[in-house]
Design a protein. Structure first.
Ligand code: GCO
Ligand code: MN
Ligand code: MN
Length: 388
């Protein structure tokens, strides 16, 4: 297999804000002209993506009149029909407008909290109208620069209240929609609440309808927190909560970079793709990234094609790893089990505990066995480098 053409079954998606990113950063203005949502859909069609996601205001500017809204929607739907691009996910912008300068659902100001709920209900309606089945919540400015300003326990309670309200809204409207919560440790605030995927997973279990809510982990966000992304995603998958994923890349210790998938940490990207594919992950593979500021729109296409191509190359490498006889024989050896301990595992009983307390272990014989992890890791690197 050396065909890296993206296909609908891969569910590769991009946000309007990703390929539409105009290259603005805190030190400089835009370097690319803004394109209309419909033109961005056409760009995605050209590079072979499956879907497009949006924040409410990526599609409909916040001050648009009803007539303007209708015209934009008409044009957008036309581009979707022309290209076959679908809308699997939508989200709300709760961070750009000055009203959100101190957060949205966690703001100390009840008017801001109420407006955030209103804006999100309207945005949910818009997302559902366009076919979205997943609704993402990213905290944006839900955080602080100093804990003198907000009670963090109150902030948790307010976040819960907002999620519970919005779950009920979705049920009331009978929408076929699930929520995916996205954690980020910092940027734009110094500290954002529920800062990692693990925090989100714990929070979800405290909601009124936890079955409607999962996570949307992002590579860059866990790396910004210095964490192992693959492990965070594993926890989400193992608990049936991986509803969506934001793929990009990020050097540890740097600002929020949003690089092309696989641009920095190839080995970690490999283990991620392998885990997603081995476990038949079946939701969107969303690239939440953007092209370098040096690029024009041809470069934006190179960026988008690069994200998908790297994913497919890594998928091929994962299949290669799974089929490699030497690798598999080490994996089998590492996991070999003579069954002699089976009697102690499984459900607890007092007899089992007693028998286990009486078992004699030859610690030095057990510890003396080399595990061949050096060899296994080197073989993995050689697959990645194309030497195998
Ligand atoms: C970021 C976030 C956002 C969210 C988006 C969807 O770092 O800015 O990753 O891109 O994913 O707002 O909720
Ligand atoms: Mn991000
Ligand atoms: Mn994201």
């Amino acid at each position: 297999m050396t065909n890296y053409t993206p296909k609908p079954e891969h569910k590769f998606t991009f946000g309007l804000w990703t390929v539409g990113n105009t290259g603005r950063d805190p030190f400089g203005g835009p370097v690319r002209d803004a394109k209309s949502p419909a033109d961005l859909v056409r760009l995605l069609g050209e590079v072979g993506a499956y879907g497009v996601n949006f924040h409410d205001n990526d599609l409909i500017p916040i001050d648009a009149t009803p007539t303007e809204k209708d015209a934009i929607l008409k044009e957008f739907k036309k581009a979707l029909a022309e290209t076959g691009i679908v809308v699997p996910m939508a989200t709300t912008n709760l961070f750009t407008e000055p009203i959100f300068k101190d957060g949205a659902f966690t703001s100390n100001d009840s008017k801001v909290r109420a407006y955030a709920l209103q804006k999100t209900m309207n945005a949910i309606d818009l997302g559902v109208e366009l076919g979205a089945k997943i609704y993402v919540f990213w905290g944006g400015r839900e955080g602080t620069e100093t804990d003198a300003t907000k009670n963090p326990i109150t902030a948790i309670k307010r976040s819960r209240e907002a999620m519970n309200f919005l779950c009920e809204y979705v049920k009331d409207k009978k929408y076929d929609l699930k929520f995916a919560l996205e954690a980020k440790p910092n940027e734009p605030r110094g500290d954002i609440y529920n800062s990692t995927t693990g925090h989100m997973l714990a929070f979800i279990n405290t909601l009124d309808h936890p079955e409607m809510v999962g996570v949307n982990p992002e590579v860059a966000h866990e790396h910004m927190a210095g964490l192992n992304f693959v492990h965070g995603v594993a926890q989400a998958m193992e608990s049936g909560k991986l509803f969506h994923i934001d793929l990009n890349d990020q050097a540890f210790g740097r600002y929020d970079q949003d690089f092309r998938f696989g641009a920095v940490n190839l080995k970690s990207a490999f283990f991620l793709v392998k885990m997603l594919e081995d476990n038949k992950y079946d939701s969107s593979r969303h690239f939440d990234a953007h092209a370098y500021r040096t690029e024009d729109y041809e470069g934006v296409k190179d960026f988008a094609r690069g994200c998908m191509r790297t994913y497919l190359i890594l998928k091929e490498k994962a299949a290669h790893w799974n089929a490699d006889k030497e690798i598999q024989s080490i994996v089998a050896e590492i996991n070999a089990d003579d069954g002699s301990m089976n009697q102690y595992f499984g459900k607890y009983s007092a007899e089992k505990a007693k028998a286990l307390q009486g078992q004699v272990f030859d610690r030095s014989a057990i510890a003396g066995r080399g595990l061949k992890y050096e060899k296994l890791d080197q073989l993995t690197v050689e697959i990645l480098l194309g030497a195998r």
